[in-house]
Structure formats: C-alpha cells, structure tokens
Design a protein around this ligand. Sequence first.
Ligand SMILES: O=C(NC1CCCCC1)[C@H](C1CCCCC1)n1c(-c2ccc(-n3cccn3)nc2)nc2cc(F)c(F)cc21
Length: 233
Amino acid sequence: KEKIEITKEQQALMKIILDAYNRHQIPQDVAKKLLQDQYSAEENFLLLTEMATSQVQVLVEFTKNIPGFLSLDHEDQIALLKGSAVEAMFLRSAQVFSRKMPKGHTEVLEARIRKSGISEEFMTPMFNFYKSIGELHMVQEEQALLTAITILTPDRPHVKDQHAVERLQESMLDVLRKLCALQHPQEPQYFARLLGRLTELRTLNHYHTEMLTSWRMNDHKFTPLLCEIWDVQ
Ligand SMILES: O=C(NC1CCCCC1)[C@H](C1CCCCC1)n1c(-c2ccc(-n3cccn3)nc2)nc2cc(F)c(F)cc21
C-alpha cells in the first residue's frame, strides 16, 4: 500500500487555487432566479449572456491566481482563456446543477432549462454531462483543481509554448491525483473518471455556437466580450 503524501508546496498550491475559486463565485445565483420564475426565450437568452459575461470576468481573475500562469507568454495566456472559457462555463453550470437542493428543486430547474429556448437536440448531451458531474460528488478542492486543469490545456488553438502549459497542468494533475486517492480510497478509478469528464466537456464545446444561434428567438445580441469568446457575430 503505497503511502500517498501531499507535499507542503502542493498543499500551498491547493489552498491558493481553492481560495481563488471560492473568491470568484458568480455574483447572483442563477439557479435561484430560474426556480423563482419562468422566463421567455428572449429573457433566458439575455440571462445567459449576462451570466456568461460575468463568468468570463470571474474566470480571468481566477486564472490570474493560478501559480505560474502570469509567467506564461502573454499571447498564450489569452489563447488559454479563449480556448477554455466555454468549457469552464459548462463545468460551472454542471456544478450549479449538481448542488444539493431541496426535494424537487432539481427537477424544476431541469424543466426550466429544457424550456429556456435551447433547441431540443442539445438537451441530452448537456444533461448527460451535468448528471455525470453530479454522480462524482466532487469536493470543492476537486472542482477548483478541475477548473484550473481545464484552463491549462496545452493543445488549445494558437498556444505557442505548449510545454510550459503542460508543466503547469501536470503539477495540478499530480495534486488532484493524490487528493482523489485520499478522498476516495475505495475508488481507485475515481481520478480517471474525473479526467473522463474533461473529454465529455470538449464535446459540449463543439455544440455551443449552434446552441446559441438555434436559440428559439431571432436577432441574438451578444456582448463584445462574448463575441470574442463564443465565436459568434
Ligand atoms: O445561466 C446559465 N448558466 C450559468 C453560466 C455561468 C456560470 C453559472 C451558470 C444557464 C441558464 C441561462 C438561462 C436559461 C437557462 C440556462 N445554465 C446552463 C447553460 C445552458 C446553455 C448554455 N450555453 C452555452 C452556449 C450555448 N448554450 N450555457 C449554460 N446550464 C445551467 C445549469 C444550471 F443548473 C443553471 F442553474 C443554469 C444553467
């Protein structure tokens, strides 16, 4: 039985990532809003663009706290943020959806999202992902590290120094691997399952532009930041 040991510096790294992750929460709780009222497709689209815009701003602040990120080539920093923003948003949405809620609330939330204006064909892959994230019952540290690992994906478009990104990602992966072994000693496959979710996340990435343009309404308006991030308009 190998002794798994999280080193002092790995503990420091995890604390920095977790603090940054908790500090940069979405200001207003979108789940509460959706549970309170039923909105039109137009209102829901506006809510999504508002939430997504503030989430990108939050993501930038979180990313700046990832040790080593600011020492990367500046154009690579942009390429990593641009390449991971949609995945980070779906990951955060999945975490919102998987939160423990009073009886029946998750069902109402799912029904509201199903009728929000997103076209039917994207519901299955999206909710399959949300439910597979929910089944993992991740602790906060795992959620924060998984978000950092998603951002530090070396093979995003236009990244020049992939090895520098790989080194940062590898140190996060090593901490996450040890944390999973300590948090889920009965599930040796847990770490692999977590990483498998990142593959599922990439497939959602492929759908996002079509999800936006097929939103049941005409004249989709985006903020300048989202035009950058969402490859629309
Ligand atoms: O606001 C949301 N998510 C935010 C984004 C930032 C971080 C926090 C959450 C939306 C929401 C906007 C109003 C209508 C109904 C959906 N949401 C989504 C969602 C749906 C589609 C997309 N698309 C991205 C490209 C195309 N579609 N993104 C997120 N899943 C959600 C799961 C929840 F439990 C949930 F509560 C909301 C969720």
